[in-house]
Design a protein around this ligand. Structure first.
Ligand code: PRE
Length: 365
């Protein structure tokens, strides 16, 4: 054996021994999680037990990122722990997560990024179907898109909160990379049409105008549906992401064709319970104000007074004539915080209606 071969064998022995230790430690951790499940059930014998604890998961992942010694990046280490916690939670109770489908959409990728791969993910055809699935208790949580950095708010999601009793339990952001995809079977044929979701076309408009000008663009219900058609139809291409490309075995003709390199979509996790403070949280409310001069100023002034940062304010038309304006507002802080509860009491006095959509950990991954 050469010196290199001897060194390689030694290093592999060391890796084997470390793997054994990692496995023993993960198993000990999993047994702890099982014990946690028993404690939760014993302390809530006649009630719904909430096994998934978003505030605790955020704290665990933040600590991992802060204390990670390297050489792996904090993000990479957090992703590994994300999967370990996901498997531990599945031992406590397998979580059913409804998402805006079909399989292969960015929303599914966001759901798996947030919950890890040990959940049962359930595709549904529309945003309101995701809300209904969670409201009825058929799914534990739901994942819906809420805003895109290029295209703005997803109004359907905002409007659902006006009537739904669900709470926002978390958020997750996903960098969106779109590719021009074709089936390897039809690769050599000229493309006569491109399928995609209307949002994806909008996010790739300049690229398409420059590189595929004049080719018909056909809007379909999702990127995954676009990918499915490209896999089947000669002369068809799709704009979709990696998950859909993999699912339908498509080949990339052009990679990352989104017009803005920072193209990101934010998704919300919706559930039936309120989330306690994690130490680094955000809150969302819906507020309707009287239609009178200075209404917006009156609404925003208390945020300034209490030193609370707004991260988003959006106006939506009222569903009924009685609501002149409906503002969807995100801000930093938790509703349990002293300053936030004072702020909300003040807003409540001025508003026609104030709906608390929830406080939740700021996305960690
Ligand atoms: O701390 C808990 O409540 C647990 O159930 C344990 C655990 C974990 O594996 O760390 C698992 C699931 C929860 O969502 C949060 C954390």
């Amino acid at each position: 054996m050469s010196d290199e071969q001897i060194r390689l064998a030694e290093l592999r022995d060391e890796i084997d021994s470390l793997d054994q230790q990692i496995m023993d430690l993960i198993s000990a951790r999993a047994r702890c999680a099982q014990e946690v499940a028993h404690v939760k059930m014993d302390s809530n014998p006649d009630q719904d037990v909430f096994f998934y604890r978003p505030e605790r998961e955020a704290q665990v992942l933040r600590r991992i990122k802060e204390q990670n010694p390297g050489p792996l990046s904090g993000e990479e280490m957090a992703r590994l722990f994300r999967e370990i916690m996901s498997a531990c939670l599945a031992l406590e109770k397998p979580m059913h997560i409804a998402f805006l489908g079909p399989v292969g959409t960015f929303t599914q990728a966001a759901a798996l990024k947030h919950f890890g791969h040990s959940v049962v993910s359930v595709p549904l055809p529309a945003i309101d179907a995701v809300f209904r699935e969670v409201e009825s208790g058929a799914a534990h949580y739901g994942v819906v898109p809420v805003e895109n950095s290029t295209e703005g708010m997803i109004n359907h999601t905002l409007d659902m909160f006006m009537s739904s009793p669900l709470k926002i339990c978390g958020e997750v952001q996903l960098r969106i990379h779109h590719h021009l995809l074709v089936s390897p079977k039809h690769e050599d044929q000229d493309i006569t049409r491109i399928y995609s979701h209307q949002q994806s076309f909008a996010q790739c408009r300049q690229w398409l105008d420059t590189h595929r000008y004049g080719i018909e663009r056909i809007t379909v219900s999702s990127n995954a549906e676009a990918a499915r058609r490209a896999a089947e139809e000669p002369g068809a291409a799709a704009i979709a992401g990696d998950m859909a490309a993999e699912l339908y075995g498509l080949k990339k003709l052009a990679n990352s064709i989104e017009d803005r390199p920072d193209n990101t979509t934010r998704f919300l996790i919706i559930g039936r319970e309120e989330v306690p403070a994690s130490g680094h949280d955000k809150s969302s409310i819906l507020v309707s104000m009287r239609n009178k001069p200075g209404a917006l100023y009156q609404l925003l002034e208390p945020f300034h007074q209490h030193g609370i940062s707004l991260t988003r304010i959006e106006t939506r038309p009222s569903p009924s004539g009685t609501w002149a304006y409906v503002f969807y507002i995100d801000f930093e802080g938790h509703m349990e915080d002293d300053q936030v509860s004072k702020l909300l009491a003040q807003v409540d006095e001025e508003a026609v209606e104030l709906k608390r959509l929830g406080s939740y950990p700021i996305g960690v991954l």
